[in-house]
Design a protein around this ligand. Structure first.
Ligand code: PGA
Length: 259
């Protein structure tokens, strides 16, 4: 029997490139209608495509749901065809920025140096970074998870010049457990990696305020297993967050669990 919790819990929804402009706005409206008043001890945030960030954000902000971008570039302005700057996002009331998602690292070739520059810029402009880390299946199977995570954290955060108490989110997303993969990283395994991340971050950034989310095939039927773990502050949900029913079920189950 899993004990209820009163700890602050974060549900972040990564809509990836699943929804077009109309679909995003329809889902944002439906969520805002369903979850009209801010929830005690639960912070919701949605990361729509850039295309619908402004329109979805207006509706979501009205009911206390935050919005974030799935990506942005680190320069302020200039000849960077196809990119959007963090200042531009800040101007349209964006709150968070996902940095270093495995799909960006592995499909778009985002480097550790890009990730570092993006973290620095996000903190400079006042966007809260959600920095994704995670190992691939062969790295996990050969027992190298901690080495990979440590290296990703070091290159992202070592000697980072930040103010005290800066809010930083880290999302542990084992690449092998992200849907449509059938692999499951169970809550015990995720919790162990979260403990390792906490230990590593205490050395790297002792004065920052770090929250750690788990991501990888989170659904209504497993969300409580993850958020009931002491060192899992919340979840980053992809596929199950782009349909009203499945995302609402995740939120409702969390509401029942967090008092
Ligand atoms: P998933 O995606 O929930 O569809 O596995 C999580 C993510 O990639 O952020």
């Amino acid at each position: 029997m899993i004990e209820k919790t009163s700890k602050k819990t974060y549900l972040f929804a990564n809509w990836k490139m699943y929804l077009d402009f109309d679909e995003s706005n329809i889902l944002a409206n439906a969520l805002a209608n369903k979850f009209k008043k801010p929830l005690d001890n639960i912070d919701l945030a949605v990361f729509p495509s850039i295309l619908s960030m402004y329109s979805s954000g207006q509706v979501l902000h009205d009911v206390g749901i935050m919005v974030g971008s799935q990506n942005a570039y680190w320069a302020d302005k200039g000849g960077y065809t196809g990119e959007v700057s963090m200042n531009m996002l800040k101007d349209i009331s964006c709150d968070y920025i996902l940095i270093g998602h495995s799909e960006r690292r592995h499909i778009f070739g985002e480097t550790k140096s890009d990730i570092r520059k993006k973290i620095e810029k996000s903190l400079e402009v006042g966007l809260i970074p959600v920095v994704c880390v995670g190992e691939k299946i062969d790295e996990r199977n050969s027992g190298h998870t901690n080495d990979i995570i440590e290296n990703q954290l070091k290159t992202a955060f070592e000697n980072l010049n930040i103010k005290n108490d800066e809010n930083i989110f880290i999302a542990y997303e084992p690449v092998w457990a992200i849907s449509p993969s059938d692999n499951i990283c169970d809550a015990e395994e995720a919790e162990k990696v979260h403990c390792f991340i906490i230990k590593t971050m205490k050395n790297l950034l002792p004065k920052s305020n770090i929250k750690i989310l788990y991501g990888g095939s989170v659904k209504a039927n497993n969300v409580i297993e993850y958020i009931s773990k002491t060192n899992i502050d919340g979840v980053l949900i992809g596929g199950a967050s782009v349909k009203l029913d499945s995302f609402s079920d995740i939120i409702s189950n969390t509401i029942d669990f967090v008092c």
